[in-house]
Design a binder for this molecule. Structure first.
Ligand code: PLP
Length: 237
């Protein structure tokens, strides 16, 4: 068994345990493998172990990997999520190559993604990134602006709003982590109470996925616990 395969199994077990503690079904939590900074071969190993959902932060790097891996076997239904900060000048590449974008935090970028989504591809699946704990410089829409953005995004023709994503500042301790995630869960529940049909709450990474599952996450985004540590210059990015 490769290290990546063993790590994947461990993460799946962690998710299952967290679900059990929370009285949830493990099938309701999707594991997204964050392959940023790792090469196509690492992704191939994860695919060989059955992993089908992958996330990339850097658009150029992600698109190169997507194109390369689709040459392997186009029949394998691999799903690619863009989870990094979005610049307008990269939106076309994202719209053309990714299946999901989790980091939408302003209307302008959502409009571009919708306009640039090629005919013949399924709708681009989108999450709005929310910033519940950071300063003004942090990515993500602030809670007070979320409803208006969600309303505008959900009217765009070629994208489909699926849920919310958040990357809270790292905090120590399960309860403190869970408390921040619960703020995002409350925003998610509020939108659904207003008639949105959101099914994706993307919360939790290698260090805090247990607290995220306890708070109701339906998708954990895990990099280091699957692929190992990243080069220092990318730490925390
Ligand atoms: C890098 C990254 C992850 C994965 O983080 P790990 O700590 O490696 O699990 C998840 N989400 C986003 C947005 C990231 O940038």
């Amino acid at each position: 068994m490769t290290t990546i395969e063993a790590n994947l199994q461990q993460v799946q077990e962690r998710i299952a345990r967290s679900c059990q503690l929370a009285g949830r079904d493990a099938k309701d939590v999707t594991l997204l493998a964050v392959s940023k900074t790792f090469d196509a071969d690492a992704v191939r190993q994860a695919q060989a172990a059955g992993q089908r959902v992958f996330g990339e932060n850097y658009v150029q790097e992600g698109v190169e990997k997507i194109q390369l891996l689709r040459l392997d076997d186009p029949a394998i239904p691999v799903e690619w999520h863009c989870i990094g900060p979005l610049q307008s000048n990269k939106s076309r590449l994202v719209a053309e190559h990714f299946d999901w974008v989790q980091s939408v935090d302003r209307l302008k970028i959502a409009q571009r993604l919708s306009e640039q989504r090629p005919d013949g591809l399924p709708h681009l699946q989108v999450c709005i990134q929310v910033n519940v704990d950071g300063g003004a410089n942090k990515s993500g829409v602030v809670p007070g602006d979320l409803l208006a953005l969600a309303q505008s995004v959900s009217r765009l023709p070629n994208i489909r709003l699926r849920g919310l994503m958040s990357v809270p500042e790292p905090v120590a301790g399960f309860e403190a982590q869970r408390a921040v995630f619960l703020q995002v869960k409350a925003l998610f529940d509020d939108l659904n109470a207003r008639g949105f049909a959101l099914d994706t709450l993307s919360l939790g990474m290698s260090d805090d996925l247990d607290a995220a599952v306890a708070a109701g996450s339906t998708m954990v985004r895990v990099g280091r616990a699957i692929f190992g540590s990243r080069p220092a210059r990318n730490a925390g990015v």
